[in-house]
Design a protein around this ligand. Structure first.
Ligand code: XMP
Length: 511
């Protein structure tokens, strides 16, 4: 039977990151609400349970708490941050405001003799903390396992009951030996083997989708991007032709992208695939518009109208599939970034379609995990490794009003850039790269003649979260090849520049 770790979520910012680290260590793991009844947890037969962090104080009545019976299930439990304090509180210890909170990197001292949780961790290392409360008194039967200057119980444990807790965050990269601590918990302490792979997740999700959807109809808005395609293929594997995918081609996709998506969905997966060729409708509405916000709005609204029109033809629909992935979930919960996302994606879509529930099969996964799932599902690597592209696509990479000619020009330039980057073997090392059709025209000389033509800007960045980014120092010979090919092969361009701005202060897209 597959070994399972349950992550009980108390609302911490890093709950899914914990799940992610556990999966990276080869152990299957599910995130469950802190309110999950203890009976349900028992029936799931976990090999261990992790209590996550959270923004509250355990001693307040309004704070999320699980039953103390979770500590009595007979499986190892690891409390992290708020989870550590909750364990202390539930086991009869005392949690109080710390005389001094700790935020950021702190020096962690492992106490002698080191507990199995700290095997391989040196006596002094760096850990990442973020807490205002602390464990002021250990519960009976517990021992302090580590300390910091301001936190006498930076880790504690009760050997007999296999209960462990750490005040620091082992799941964040800034904790030097965080992975080691998690691995110690999972393998020697919980007895997990670490043989889980993405294929298991895919199969399990498909089985659950099958059960949840039953014989109802499902609809999916396919953008052609990695996330929505992987989500659609997964649902298709679960319910086959009950799923209808609507792919609105707004005419602003990268070169050949529309056809590629159609081939994959129709030919490779035999889906109910409806391609709506709405290029003229979109380009008609965009005629003469320069302002990027106005362009986004028009594209977003037109998309909804077209989708609405097509979805009505399908009849009664039970579910709408969305390719939401975990970083979208974090962003939409976090202050200003929520606003950023609402125009990034087709925000109003759910209101325009008549369905009962949303299905988000990738909600727990990070981008690279989505890619792995895509490969497991048999989706072509070219699509799985495709660079992210904004919903409005080339619409926001043409700085002048959009015309069919400008779209065609940018498609060609962008395709050359992509081809050369791939040929140089750099495709997977760059987070995002693309060409922009700027609004700069300048004089050039070609053959014997003077030209006055457009400037293409190239952009290539690395980033882990798209909130900040670095430009990629692409080799000059590669840049030279791309520049020469674009100027020679794309009529209307006589100059190519490379953007060396980081984000911030720049953004990734130009607009
Ligand atoms: P910026 O330009 O804000 O972009 O640094 C950050 C990331 O978001 C993508 N992006 C979008 N994605 N719809 C999307 O789905 C949009 O309207 C949109 N605008 C920007 C951008 O490509 C980068 O990956």
């Amino acid at each position: 039977m597959q070994q399972l770790i349950i992550v009980l979520d108390f609302g911490g910012q890093y709950s899914h990151l914990i799940a992610r680290r556990v999966r990276d260590l080869g152990v299957y793991c599910e995130v469950k609400s802190y309110a999950t009844p203890v009976e349900t947890l028992r029936e799931m037969k976990p090999a261990g349970i992790i209590l996550t962090g959270g923004p509250n104080s355990v001693y307040l009545d309004t704070s999320p708490r699980c039953s103390a019976a979770v500590l009595e299930l007979g499986v190892p439990v690891l409390g992290i941050c708020y989870g550590a304090q909750l364990m202390a509180y539930l086991a009869g210890g005392e949690v109080a405001p710390a005389p001094r909170g700790e935020y950021g990197r702190v020096a962690l001292e492992v106490l002698e003799p080191p507990c199995a949780l700290f095997a391989g961790v040196p006596p002094e290392s760096t850990a990442w903390m973020s807490h205002t409360d602390y464990i002021a008194r250990l519960p009976e039967g517990f021992q302090a396992l580590a300390k910091t200057a301001n936190c006498p119980v930076a880790a504690m444990g009760c050997r007999e009951k296999r209960l462990l807790a750490v005040q620091f965050h082992p799941e964040v990269q800034h904790t030097e030996y965080g992975d080691r601590v998690l691995e110690n918990f999972l393998k020697p302490i919980c007895g997990c083997v670490g043989d889980w792979q993405m294929s298991g997740y895919v199969e399990q999700t498909i089985a659950r989708l099958k059960e949840r959807i039953g014989d109802q109809k499902v609809i999916c808005a396919l953008s052609g991007g990695v996330d929505s395609t992987v989500a659609a293929v997964m649902v298709h594997r679960a319910v086959g032709k009950q799923l209808s995918c609507i792919f609105v081609d707004h005419g602003l996709l990268r070169k050949n992208e529309g056809d590629q998506v159609e081939t994959i969905c129709k030919k490779n997966f035999d889906m109910n695939f409806i391609r709506v060729n709405a290029q003229e409708e979109f380009l008609g509405k965009l005629a003469g518009v320069t302002d990027p916000e106005a362009k986004r709005k028009i594209i977003g609204e037109t998309f909804i109208r077209v989708f609405e029109r097509e979805s009505k033809k399908i009849g009664k629909v039970g579910f709408l599939v969305q390719g939401t992935i975990y970083p979208d979930v974090i962003e939409s919960g976090a202050g200003d970034s929520a606003v950023i996302k609402s125009h990034h994606n087709v925000g109003a879509l759910p209101d325009a379609v008549d369905f009962e529930e949303i299905i988000e099969p990738l909600r727990m996964l990070f981008k690279d995990e989505v890619r792995r799932a895509g490969l497991e599902l048999g989706i072509a690597p070219e699509l799985v490794w495709r660079q992210p592209c904004p919903g409005p696509a080339l619409g926001v990479r043409i700085l002048e009003p959009i015309t069919p000619e400008r779209v065609a020009l940018l498609q060609e330039a962008d395709a050359i850039f992509r081809e050369e980057v791939a040929a140089a073997g750099l495709e997977r090392e760059i987070s995002q790269y693309f060409a922009v059709l700027t609004n700069v025209k300048s004089v050039g000389v070609m053959g014997d003649g003077r030209t006055y033509a457009a400037t293409i800007a190239l952009r290539a960045v690395t980033t882990s979260d798209f909130m900040t980014a670095e430009f990629v120092p692409l080799p000059y010979d590669l840049l030279g090849r791309v520049s020469s090919r674009i100027v020679n092969e794309v009529p209307g361009v006589n100059r190519v520049v490379y953007d060396i701005t980081a984000k911030p202060p720049g953004t990734i897209e130009w607009e």
